[in-house]
Design a protein around this ligand. Structure first.
Ligand SMILES: NC(=O)c1ccc[n+]([C@@H]2O[C@H](COP(=O)([O-])OP(=O)(O)OC[C@H]3O[C@@H](n4cnc5c(N)ncnc54)[C@H](OP(=O)(O)O)[C@@H]3O)[C@@H](O)[C@H]2O)c1
Length: 283
């Protein structure tokens, strides 16, 4: 097993199992971090969003990189203020101009915002943007079962991925299962609890890591891989970026996996109380 392993998607394409999260990776320092991730550490998937205010830095890193564009997987997300069909199409184009590329490898609806009631319309825009050649793989983020059911029923098109909050204190197991049921690959955001919670200090996870000579972060990476979940840890440090990829030389036992699953705290375990039916993101 190597970090070149891929997930096969329901639209016929594939994605690396590990990507780079980029929240707070911005500006000149951010460009250098992303270049290190790509050039030195071998990351190919970069997860950005209009809301991360770093699409410019992503574009600069792509331009400075020696890795051919077609080997990079660039993924961004539609903000809540652009769920109207026309706004969504323009937003996707604007986002591409900002990055300086002519297609996205993957593009997601960032939040469903059911109180706004336009996520089906936004999904139709992504379906068409894919047909126009602006996006290769379309997916969603923070969609619950009812949102998935609705877009699939109303458009006949199933998302390829659903990027959701998932870390040991909020493992979102039911939604991971729902995604599986629809053939949707789950992507885990904030896999290390964004350093808001103390999951990287958790004794159970530390003890499991000690058995294999691995760090808590590496144990969490493995727990996701063995649950068929794509992971996008954010790190601006070259060493930690590397550490987060060195997870193919050990395997957790069923007992280890169950011990990590048992750390789940349910709803109170969310890092910032961002329930997809309540969280408002209209940027
Ligand atoms: N779709 C959504 O709604 C959504 C929401 C949140 C996040 N995301 C995506 O998911 C990505 C990851 O989530 P996140 O950024 O919230 O948090 P995260 O990946 O859980 O945690 C990032 C934090 O962990 C530290 N870290 C990384 N590797 C480490 C290691 N091996 N050992 C110790 N500390 C380590 C980082 O510090 P250093 O940088 O100093 O290493 C950073 O402070 C985001 O960047 C974003 O791309 C998506």
């Amino acid at each position: 097993m190597t970090h070149n392993e891929k997930f096969q998607l329901n639209d016929g394409s594939s994605l690396p199992k590990i990507g780079l999260g980029t929240v707070n990776i911005q500006g000149a320092i951010g460009v250098n971090s992303m270049l290190t991730a790509v050039e030195e550490n071998g990351y190919r998937l970069i997860d950005t969003s209009t809301n991360y205010h770093n699409e410019g830095a992503v574009g600069e890193a792509i331009r400075r990189s020696t890795i051919p564009r077609e080997q990079l997987i660039i993924s961004s997300k539609l903000p809540g203020a652009a769920h109207d069909y026309d706004k969504a199409i323009s937003m996707i184009q604007e986002s591409l101009y900002r990055i300086g590329i002519d297609y996205f490898d993957k593009y997601l609806i960032h939040w469903p915002l059911p109180m706004q009631g336009k996520y089906v319309e936004a999904w139709r825009a992504l379906i068409d943007a894919q047909k126009f050649g602006l996006i290769k793989t379309i997916g969603v983020s923070n969609f619950l079962a009812e949102h998935l059911e609705r877009i699939i029923e109303e458009t006949g098109v199933t998302p390829a991925t659903n990027q959701i909050e998932r870390h040991p204190y909020f493992n979102n197991k039911e939604l991971v299962e729902t995604n599986k049921k629809y053939g949707i690959v789950t992507e885990a955001w904030s896999p290390f609890g964004r350093e808001i919670n103390d999951v990287l200090e958790n004794e159970t996870i530390k003890e499991i890591g000690e058995k294999y000579g691995k760090s808590p972060a590496q144990v969490i990476m493995r727990w996701n891989l063995q649950n068929d979940v794509l992971i996008i840890p954010k790190s601006s440090s070259a060493e930690r970026q590397k550490e987060n990829l060195e997870v193919y030389d050990f395997e957790l036992t069923d007992e280890d996996l169950e011990a990590i699953d048992s750390l789940d705290k349910g709803e109170p375990g969310r890092v910032e109380d961002q329930h997809p039916n309540e969280y408002e993101e209209y940027v």
